[in-house]
Design a protein around this ligand. Structure first.
Ligand SMILES: [Zn+2]
Length: 368
C-alpha cells in the first residue's frame, strides 16, 4: 500500500510517497501530483485518563472506548492512566490494562502499558487527584509491578519510601516521572540522579503543573528537569495549563526531551457541561475543566489540538509532530514507532491543509 502527500520527516517536510505493509518499507520523494495533505507519524500519548465519555478507571470496556475516541484524533499509541483512588480500584484497573495489552484492541491503537499516576504522590500537591495518596511502601510497589501493566509511574520523590521505590521501579524497567510533588530543586535533582544512576529513564509529570513554581531563589523541580541532560518532561499544552511563553522556554531548553501529553479526562470531546473525574464533580466551560474550588481538573485536550497549539506558538510542523510522537517514543522506549522511516510501524496520521485529522493508520491498517 502507499500514501502520497507532504511527508513530515524529523527535519523537514518532503513531498513524497510512503510505502508500507504493517511497517513502513519505503519513503521516497515525488515531484508531481502531490496531494495537498500532510503525513505524520501516529501520535503517542503517555498520559491520558479518558475521553468520549469513558474513563480508564471504569474498567476494560471503558479503556477500549477512550482508546478508540483518541485514535480518531490521531493517537495510535497510548498509556491508559490511572487516578489516585482506593487501592483495590487501582490494582483492578492495572490488571484490566494488562489484559488489554495481551489481547490488543482490534482495530484500535497500541497499548504498551499503563501510566500509574498516584497514589504515590504528595498529599499536598494532589491537584485534581482524590485524597487517597499512599507512601510507596515496598510491598505496595511490588504489588503494582506484579500486574505487569505499569510502563510509567508518577512519583513524588520526597515522600516516605521514595528512594527504595525508585530502585524497585527502575529494576522492573518502569520509567519514573517526578510529579504531584512538593520537592525542592535539590530533591528533584537527587531523584533524577538516583533514577538515571540506577540505569533507569527519568521524567517529569506535566511540567509546571502540580509542582512548586520557578522562583529566583527557589528554582524548583521544573528547573531541575529542564536543566538535566537526561530527564524528559511531559507538558499539557492546551494553553490553559501552561502559558505559550513557558512552552517556548521549555522547548528551547529541552528539545527532544519535551513530550506533549493530553492528561485528557472523560469529558474530552463531549463539549461544555458537567462531568466527573475520580468521583468528583467537574464543570467544563469554554474548553477548561475545573473542580468546584476552581482547581484545573485534567484537560479536554487531544493531541491533534496540541499540535496545532504548538504551531500557533511558533513551532514548525516537524517540531510539532515530534512533540506529539517522536519524543514520546523516545521517553517510553518505543523504538519501533514515532517516525516516518523505513522499518518503523506504519502508524500514521494524515492531516488536511487545515491540519485537521483526515485518516489514521495503525500498523498499516486504516483505523479512522
Ligand atoms: Zn493526569
Amino acid at each position: 500500500m502507499n500514501i502520497d502527500g507532504h511527508i513530515v520527516l524529523p527535519d523537514r517536510v518532503m513531498p513524497g510517497r510512503v510505502v508500507f505493509d504493517t511497517s513502513i518499507t519505503d519513503v521516497r520523494p515525488l515531484l508531481h501530483n502531490v496531494p495537498d495533505r500532510y503525513i505524520l507519524p501516529g501520535f503517542i500519548d503517555a498520559h491520558v485518563h479518558g475521553g468520549g465519555g469513558a474513563d480508564t478507571m471504569d474498567g476494560p470496556l471503558a479503556i477500549r472506548d477512550m482508546a478508540m475516541f483518541h485514535m480518531a484524533q490521531g493517537t495510535t499509541t497510548l498509556l491508559p492512566t490511572t487516578m489516585t483512588a482506593q487501592w483495590s480500584d487501582i490494582t483492578e484497573t492495572l490488571y484490566a490494562v494488562a489484559e488489554i495489552m495481551r489481547s490488543g484492541i482490534p482495530g484500535g491503537p497500541g497499548i504498551p502499558g499503563a501510566h500509574l499516576e498516584g497514589p504515590f504522590i504528595s498529599p499536598h500537591r494532589r491537584g485534581a487527584q482524590p485524597a487517597h495518596t499512599l507512601p510507596p511502601a515496598p510491598a505496595r510497589v511490588s504489588a503494582v509491578i506484579r500486574t505487569g501493566a505499569v510502563r510509567l509511574v508518577t512519583l513524588a520523590p520526597e515522600v516516605e519510601h521514595a528512594d527504595t521505590a525508585i530502585q524497585q521501579f527502575v529494576q522492573a524497567g518502569i520509567r519514573v516521572s517526578i510529579g504531584h510533588t512538593q520537592a525542592d530543586h535539590e530533591q528533584a535533582e537527587r531523584a533524577i540522579c538516583r533514577i538515571c544512576g540506577a540505569g533507569g529513564v527519568a521524567g517529569g509529570t506535566h511540567l509546571f503543573n502540580a509542582m512548586p513554581p520557578v522562583m529566583a531563589r527557589a528554582p524548583g523541580p521544573a528547573t531541575a528537569l529542564m536543566c538535566s541532560d537526561d530527564a524528559y518532561a511531559e507538558m499539557i499544552f492546551d494553553t490553559h495549563h501552561v502559558h505559550p511563553a513557558l512552552f517556548r522556554l521549555a522547548h528551547r531548553v529541552m528539545g527532544r526531551r519535551l513530550v506533549f501529553v493530553t492528561d485528557a479526562m472523560r469529558a474530552t470531546g463531549m463539549g461544555d457541561g458537567p462531568s466527573s473525574l475520580g468521583g468528583q464533580d467537574v464543570m467544563v466551560r469554554d474548553g477548561v475543566a475545573r473542580l468546584h474550588d476552581g482547581t484545573l481538573a485534567g484537560s479536554v485536550l487531544t493531541l491533534d489540538q496540541a499540535l496545532r497549539n504548538a504551531i500557533q506558538a511558533g513551532a514548525s510542523l516537524p517540531q510539532a509532530a515530534a512533540l506529539v510522537s517522536t519524543h514520546a517514543a523516545g521517553w517510553l522506549g518505543l523504538h519501533d514507532r514515532g517516525a516516518i522511516m523505513p522499518g518503523r510501524r506504519a502508524d500514521m496520521v494524515v492531516l488536511g491543509p487545515d491540519l485537521m485529522v483526515r485518516e489514521v493508520w495503525v500498523a498499516g491498517r486504516r483505523s479512522a
